[in-house]
Design a protein around this ligand. Sequence first.
Ligand code: NAI
Ligand code: MG
Length: 355
Amino acid sequence: RVFRIAAIPADGVGAEVVAAGRTVLDALAAASHGTFAFDWTEFPWGCDHYQRTGRMMDEDGLETLKDFDAIYFGAVGWPTVPDHVSLWGLRLKICQGFDQWANVRPVHFLPGVLSPLRKAADTELDWVVVRENSEGEYSGLGGRNLSARGPGSEVAVQSALFTETGCERIMRFAFDLARTRVRRKVSSVTKSNAQQYGMVLWDEVFTRVAADYPDVETESVLVDAMSAKFVLHPEDLSVVVASNLHADILSDLGSAMAGSLGLASSANLNPEKRFPSMFEPVHGSAPDIAGQGLANPIGAIGSAALMLGHLGLTDEAARLTKAIEATTGAGVLTPDVGGRATTTDVTAAVIDHLT
Ligand code: NAI
Ligand code: MG
């Protein structure tokens, strides 16, 4: 079977890590003796495209992407374009346009990678952060009072939208996922003491949905307390379900605990499969290290493994995950995790470990 994949490297290290992931996926396909192959189409969208055309992606971009089997994304954002323009013009446009309402972000410790929060190699951590990816704080509701006269008088409103349907589907997703894991537990995150409408609705839906999953342990934790719990009691978590903003922040904290933002993978899923899903590393375009061969490709390669699973290539996904672990375990590490290897070295090592 030939899978049609849209590659959108976009900005900064996005190009380097997407190239790495494509090389690994093509190596897997080559080794499959024709069982499957990837037919890649690369789109030149991003901040350079914006400077040339005034758009982050083509006007009919979603129409073009909608027939692909999946989208493999790098990172968007560059100092030449305001971040809210680049993010909304490309990544959020795809996530929202294709109703990719579940953003799945696994966090785990890799062999050979220590961090300030993982001082011993035998400490384990294995979570999945499930991020509501279609509404909440990133619904784009609000505005600025641009007619404000005189300095200091402007007012801006940024609203969060929570719907019962939106809350319920992400929670059912989290509970179904928890049932596939050794530790059947879902931790829900809110700030419902201070935000008394949307977050209270979230809590109520969580309690109602939890009743349908009596075999799954649950807890509700406020986001400030949860950020402390991430660091102090990581062993007590399995699936963490949170709103768009909270999960965005918590998953960066989780990947830092694992050693680097460069290690973290993610899947933006349209679980109904009405539209293509999108796979991308959690990190951004990292302008501080872009173009130097220093980017850690593990987050992007791990996202490729998530894509393989989504395409039904579960054995290959498992093989790739093992190859990633063998690579870090052998000490082939980029500078962000204390090594001296380049992006290309790590990519080559992952391919070597595939066999
Ligand atoms: P960032 O994730 O790009 O970088 C934060 C830090 O992590 C930097 O020190 C960077 O060098 C390091 N880092 C990130 N990826 C790495 C990798 N693969 N290997 C080694 N080190 C890595 O976040 P920052 O600096 O806040 O944002 C930079 C740009 O990226 C902004 O324009 C922002 O809007 C955009 N961004 C885009 C995202 C996306 O496309 N999904 C997500 C987050 C930020
Ligand atoms: Mg983020």
